[in-house]
Design a protein around this ligand. Structure first.
Ligand code: KG4
Ligand code: ZN
Length: 339
C-alpha cells in the first residue's frame, strides 16, 4: 500500500447525507454533512420516504464537495467505504448504490461499514492515542449499546437496550413536553435551568445484573406525570422535568458503562453516537471516571452525530484487515454488530 491511503466515506443511513475524505484512517481532509432535519421537523420525526428522496437528490453534490474541500480528485481515492446497515433501508440504498457505482467506475475497492462501528471509530479521528481494548457506550436515536472493542474490527456487545434507544426516549419526552425535534439537544439545553431532583423518574436495572438497558419505563413515567397534571389543570415546570428525566437516563448509562469496564478490568471508556453530545452525560461520566481511575474519550459534538468521516475511519481499519465488499453489496436495515 502507498504511504497515504485516501478513503472516501459515504453515509446515508438516516437523515444526514454525508461524504468525507480521510487520510490513513485518522486525519479528516473533509467531512461534508447535509442535514435534512428541517424537512423532518414538521412531522416530529424522520419520514423514511422523504429521507430517501432527499439523499437521491443531493448525494452527488455532497460527494463532489467532499473531494473539493479535501483538495483531491476521484483519481486520488484508494478505497470507498459506505454504511450498509443498520438504518432505514431506502436511505441506506442510496449511499450503497452511489458507492458501488463509484467503485465500479473507478475500479477501486469497496468496503461495507456497520453504522455503529462508524460511531465508535469517530473517537479515533480526534484522539490519536486511543487504541483497543476499551469499552464504548454507543447511544443514539436507534441504539444504546455497551461494546467491548477488543480490536479495531472485533466487537463484543456487553449490553443493549431491550426496548427504546436512549435518543429515542429523549425525542419522545421532548415531544410530550412540547419542545420539538430532535429532542435531545433541546432537553439538554432546558435541563440546565431545571432541578434534576425535582421528580423521581424510574432508573431501570435488571435483577440478573445484566448490562442491558430499558428506557420505555422512564418515557412512560414522564408521559403519565404530565398527563395527570394536565388533567387536573395544573401547570408543570418543563425545565425540572427535562432535568429529572435526563438525570434518570444518564445515571443508568454511566453506572452500567463503569460497571462494564470494572467487570472486564479495562480502564478506558469512550462515548459515541448522538446522545454522546449530551452535556450531563459527559459531566457525570467524567466525575465517575475520576473516582474510579478510568480514562474517558469522547468525540466533539459534530462527530457524535451521523457523518461520513467516521465511516471512512472504520472502513480504513476494515480495509487494512483485508475486508472487501463485492458489487452485490446490499443494504441490511437490521445489521448486527460483532458476534
Ligand atoms: O447518532 P445520531 O445522529 O443518529 C442515529 O444514528 O440515531 O443520533 C441522533 C440522536 C437523536 O435521538 C437526538 O435527539 C440525540 O441523538 N441527541 C442528543 C443530544 N444531541 C443529539 N441526546 C441528548 N443530548 C444531546 N445533546
Ligand atoms: Zn447514528
Amino acid at each position: 500500500m502507498k504511504k497515504k491511503c485516501f478513503i472516501l466515506g459515504i453515509e446515508t443511513s438516516c437523515d444526514e447525507t454525508s461524504a468525507a475524505v480521510v487520510e490513513n484512517g485518522r486525519k479528516i481532509l473533509s467531512n461534508v454533512i447535509s442535514s435534512q432535519v428541517d424537512l423532518h421537523k414538521r412531522y416530529g420525526g424522520v419520514v423514511p420516504e422523504i429521507a430517501s428522496r432527499k439523499h437521491v437528490e443531493i448525494i452527488n453534490a455532497v460527494i463532489q464537495d467532499s473531494l473539493e474541500q479535501a483538495g483531491v480528485t476521484f483519481r486520488d481515492i484508494d478505497v470507498i467505504g459506505v454504511t450498509y446497515g443498520p438504518g432505514l433501508v431506502g436511505a441506506l440504498l442510496v449511499g450503497v448504490s452511489a458507492a458501488k457505482a463509484l467503485a465500479f467506475a473507478l475500479d477501486k475497492p469497496l468496503v461495507g461499514v456497520h453504522h455503529i462501528e462508524g460511531h465508535i471509530a469517530a473517537n479515533y479521528l480526534e484522539h490519536q492515542d486511543l487504541q483497543p481494548p476499551y469499552i464504548c457506550l454507543v447511544a443514539s436515536g436507534g441504539h444504546s449499546h455497551i461494546v467491548h472493542i477488543q480490536d479495531y474490527n472485533t466487537f463484543e456487545i456487553l449490553g443493549q437496550t431491550r426496548d427504546d434507544a436512549a435518543g429515542e426516549a429523549f425525542d419522545k419526552v421532548a415531544r410530550v413536553i412540547g419542545l420539538g425535534y430532535p429532542g435531545g439537544p433541546l432537553i439538554d439545553k432546558l435541563a440546565k435551568q431545571g432541578n434534576k431532583d425535582a421528580v423521581k423518574f424510574p432508573k431501570v436495572s435488571f435483577d440478573d445484573g445484566s448490562l442491558d438497558f430499558s428506557f420505555s419505563g422512564v418515557k412512560t413515567a414522564v408521559l403519565n406525570y404530565v398527563n395527570k397534571l394536565e388533567q387536573k389543570g395544573e401547570t408543570y415546570n418543563r425545565a425540572d422535568i427535562a432535568a429529572s428525566f435526563q438525570n434518570a437516563v444518564v445515571e443508568v448509562l454511566v453506572d452500567k458503562t463503569v460497571v462494564a469496564a470494572q467487570k472486564l478490568g479495562i480502564n478506558t471508556i469512550a462515548l459515541a453516537g448522538g446522545v454522546a453530545a449530551n452535556s450531563a452525560l459527559r459531566q457525570l461520566l467524567a466525575e465517575r471516571a475520576k473516582e474510579n481511575g478510568l480514562k474517558v474519550y469522547y468525540p466533539s459534538p459534530i462527530l457524535c452525530t451521523d457523518n461520513a468521516a467516521m465511516i471512512a475511519c472504520a472502513a480504513y481499519y476494515e480495509f487494512i484487515a483485508g475486508k472487501r465488499a463485492d458489487l452485490d453489496l446490499n443494504a441490511v436495515p437490521n445489521l448486527r454488530l460483532g458476534y
